[in-house]
Each structure stands twice: as structure tokens, then as C-alpha cells.
Design a protein around this ligand. Sequence first.
Ligand code: GLA
Ligand code: ZN
Length: 669
Amino acid sequence: MSFTPRFPHFLHGGDYNPDQWLDRPDILDRDVELMHKAHVNCVSVGIFSWARLEPEDGVYVFAWLDEVIDRLWKGGIHVILATPSGARPAWMAQNYPEVLRVNDRLQRMHFGERHNHCLTSPVYRRKVHAINTALAQRYANHPAVILWHLSNEYSGDCRCPLCQEKWRGWLKDKYGTLENLNKCWWTSFWSQRYTDWSQVEAPGPMGEVSNTSMWVDWRRFSTWQCKTFIENERDAVKAVNPELLCTANLMERFWDYDYFDLAEAIDVVSWDSYPEWHSGDDVQRAAEFAMNHDLMRSFKDQPFLLMESTPSQVNWKPINKLKRPGMHLLSSLQALAYGSQSVMYFQWRKGRGGAEMFHGAVVDHDGSENHRVFRDVAQVGQALETLESLYAQPRKKAEVCIIYDTQNRWAIDYAQTGHSKNMRYYDTVNMHYRSLWQQGISVDLKDMRTCTDLSGYKLVVAPMLFMFRGGIEEKLRAYVEKGGTLLMTYFSGWVDEFDLAYLGGTPHGLMDVMGIRGTELDAIYPHDENALVMNDGRRFAIRELCEIPENRGAETLGVFENDFYAGMPCLSRNRYGEGTAYYLSAKLEQAGLDAIYGDIAQALSLTRALPDNLPKGVIATERGGAVFLQNFSGQEQRFSLSEPYTDLLTDEAMQNITMPANGVMVLKK
Ligand code: GLA
Ligand code: ZN
């Protein structure tokens, strides 16, 4: 599927900031020449260009951008054109202070930095709409322009009077009456009852900080605010040329907004990926980023774009390590394996000043193509050209679905229980993911709202679903009843969508399906020792959390080893309807999850990318009939496959394989 019909190919390129070099036409000319040498076919332009595009209120200056785009087009380079709302000009902050964000301490910020505008301000929305319209009128039909890049990394919230008013309006729409809001926010606690709408303020450290129902609503409101902000941007450019699609670059592990909701406002998901390679365990890192890629693919159930990655190092981590030889190709092709249609970078060329002057770039300050990083980038460009046949081969729907839900994540993070403020929901989901990933099993991720049709999945995994919403208990019940296999864990079905505790036992509405009721949650110390002991004797350490079960008819597969709940089921299986429901009552070490998912994968005959058992840290991922073999182990690996393959990258026959550290191959039968 192509998002860019004007140029239906894998995109290779990155953020390009010619506006920083307008007094150096020699450099701008050289850029196009270097782009060819780097096998770059597309760049993103204008991301932070507002001050150059509208130097005075209402005065647009496009001549420089005309030249830039024409020069690129003549050189055969395509353009992803950005709207500039990620950072506004100084005159706007000065003339219209309402565009500036108010922080959670209720201080209005001054001009400076980026990503800090008020999302409500009618002035800001009007100005954004106007410049987007002007950009679209000028460029939306230019043959070089293939996609809109709306703003940059939308994030954060604002507590200005305009936003507070919007918040109250949103609550009125949601709850209808103040009495209903009082009930759903449980305000009889600590005398929090509201008697007039005007008393309701945004949560934050200057006022209410501990009402969790209110916080979860605030995050939903912020998501909605941002979504309507995006729609305003999108509608401006689409009014001119509805065919030109819109993306917004999302972020990893993102928490501020519910991306499943937000993604509805854009046509194409893209994201910015910055793993800390070589900082410890690259296999762990790879598992995390594979899940990020799968999440991005899952938001809209379609391929995505890798919009930013660094060609070498970043400049904003505490330790900014270079990618070791091989890692650039490996991590770039990892994105492709999981469904990306591009490998793009931040940034094309290092600037001479500013915060990011030392951030990795394709072209360093030496301006030379004779550079290790430049060669690595050119190699990726060549690989994308070689793999062109995979462009029309998106990843197929997986056999396994993991339920990952941002609103549940907020609720868990706000909840005061267990390991307070450190329940590690995201990491726990990733541990479950990792067990499947390393077996070469594909996974889709859905949230509780979007998992409307689970029937096609052989396995559904639901770790730590603390908050039930979207009728999830009915969806899961129906899924198991009709023959599905579900794995659910401790700390599930505790609260409803208002973050109010369910009365009558957990997991709410599913105790009969699981054959288990969770009675108490025990948070244990790192020095506390407990384990899951399986019926066949295998033993796996338990960490952090144990839920004491009451067995309501499930078959015990393994028990707690220690403590006053020793001998009680820690892993159980229940037949319900035509299906099977596993319940895991404690947080296990990775090896324990690996064993459980090994057993389940075998029982369900889940499809693996390769039938062979690979060395630890060598991962196989299938896309379009090709198998991406990725060596994240940090060492050379030698192994044999049961059948012969050809490596599409080198055209060499492969069966007895030697893979260098950070090696990657794309195998085809
Ligand atoms: C983000 C931003 C870019 C740049 C990079 C640096 O992802 O979108 O503008 O700051 O980080 O890594
Ligand atoms: Zn505001």
C-alpha cells in the first residue's frame, strides 16, 4: 500500500533544514549532490521554519522555499512538507501572549524553545490554519511534494484560562450534571465535592493532585484537545488538495496522549525511534523497539513510516554512544521488517549552532562523503533499493494480539497501590511481547477500545488490565467462549473506565471465565524470594507482585513456592466454552514467561518466521515472504538452517550461516 502515490517507493532521507543555510548556496547545491551519493530520495522540509516563512504578522515569504523545493525536484529528490506549528515566531509570542503555554505550576512561559504552544488558543489555531492554507495553495500540487508532516512530535498540556474553560466544557459534555461528575470522581472523599462548575480546575501540583479519576479524565481531555488541534491543521491543507495525505511523527513509549485515538486524525502513522544501542543488553533494546514498531503498525492497522532515527548518535541522552559497525543497517532493516515503508533520519546535515549542532547527521561538519556515517547511510539506501520488491508486501495480520492500552497505563501510573508509581506496566507488556518475538511469532497490539474483532487471533494476551473499559470483559468472554485462548494476569479488572473500583471481586466479570478470583495483591521486596513451581518441576523466580488467588475450578499448572500462600495456584488454566483461559498470578522473570509462551506456542502451533531454533539474540521476522534475520547478540553467531535460502542483500546462498555481531540478512527460499 502506498501513502505516497507520487513516489511509491521506500523512502530514504531525513529532516532537512536549508533555512539554516540560506546564505550558503554552495552548500545547498552540494546537498543535492551528496543526497544522490547517500542514496537519499526524499527529505522533510520546513519543520521549524515559521519565522522564515512569516517574518512579520501576515506577511508570507515563500521565495526561498520555492527555490529549495525546485532545486530538490530538479535533482530528483522528493519532499515531505511540514507545517511549522512546532515552534512559533517571536513576534507572535510578543503580539499574542495567549499562544504561550501555561505550565502545571500555572506560570505562563515566555518565548523560546519549541513544542510549547497553547492547544486551545483561537489565535494560534487561526494562525496555524492560515499558514497551512498558504503552504498548501503554493505547494500541494507540486510534483516533488509527496506527503504532509503535520507539526512535530505533538506533546504536553496547557493550563491557561482558555484551556481551563475548555476542560470544564468537555466535562459538562461528558457528565451532563455536576452531581454525576461528583459521583464518578468520588468527590465525597476529603470534602472534594463541587457545587458549581466554575470550581473545577485542571489537576496539578498547585491544586488537586491525587484524584485519579480526575487525572485520567485530564489525559483524555488533553488527547481530545490535541486531536482537534491536529484536525484544524489537517483540514487546512486537505481543503486545497485532499489527495495529499497527512502524517504526524509520534514517539516511543509515549504517555501524554492516547495514540490509538490520536491516530484517527492522521492518514499515516510515522514515528521517531532512538534506541540506546550498546548501553547494556541489545537484545532487550531490540525487543522494546520491535514492540514500538508493531505498536505503530497497529495504531491504524497499516504500514508506517520511520520518520526519524539517528545515523550515528544523539546528543540528548546522558551518554551519547556511536552506533557500532553494522548496527545502522541492522536497526534500519529492523524497522522495515516490522512494516516500515521508510528509513528517515534526524538530521541530514549538522548545523553550526543551536542545541542540536552535535546531534548525529548524514553530513557532518566536515561536509565530506568520506565519513563512516555517510557510508553507513549510503549502504542503507542501497539496501532499500535492493529490497524494493517488499514495498508492496506489508506485514500480514498476526495470530497473536496483545492488549496494550494507554488509558490503562495512566490509571496504573496514578494508582497508589503495590509498587507505588512503579508498577512497570509498559515493561511488563514488553516482557510478554519479548517471549513471542524471540520465537519469531508476529504480534499485533490493540487497545481495549479498538480490539473489536478478536476472533481471528489464536492467542490473546492481556497483561495487567487494571482498568476495564470498552466492554473488554464481554469481548474477552465471547472470544474464549468461541474457542480462543486468552492469557490474563494479576492486577486485572480492578476499576471501571471512571477509575472507580468494581465491587464483587476481580477480574471483574471474568472470574468464571478464568476459574480464578484474585483476592489480595502482595508487593514484595527485591530480597523476598518466591517462585512459580510448575507441575513438571520447572521453577521460575517471581519478582515484585503476587496476587493471592481463590481457585474457582481452574486446573493448576504451577504453584507458589513460598510464603503464606505457598501451594496456591500461580499459573492456572480453565476451559470455558470452546476455549481456554490461562491466569498468571505473579510477575515472573523473563525465563518463566519464555517457558509459558513456549508451551502455548506449541499447543496452538503458532506460525514462526523460521522453524529452526536460533542462537539467543538472533531474531527472525517475516515480512512479505522474506525473513529478516537479525543478530542483536553482540557476538558472531554460527548456526545452520534446515533448508537453504538466498540472502536478498548479497544474492548469496545461505544455509550454514556465520553472522557477524550486528549482522542482518534478508532470506528468501
Ligand atoms: C526529536 C525531534 C527532532 C530532533 C530529534 C533529536 O525526535 O523531533 O526535531 O530534536 O528529536 O534526536
Ligand atoms: Zn492553554
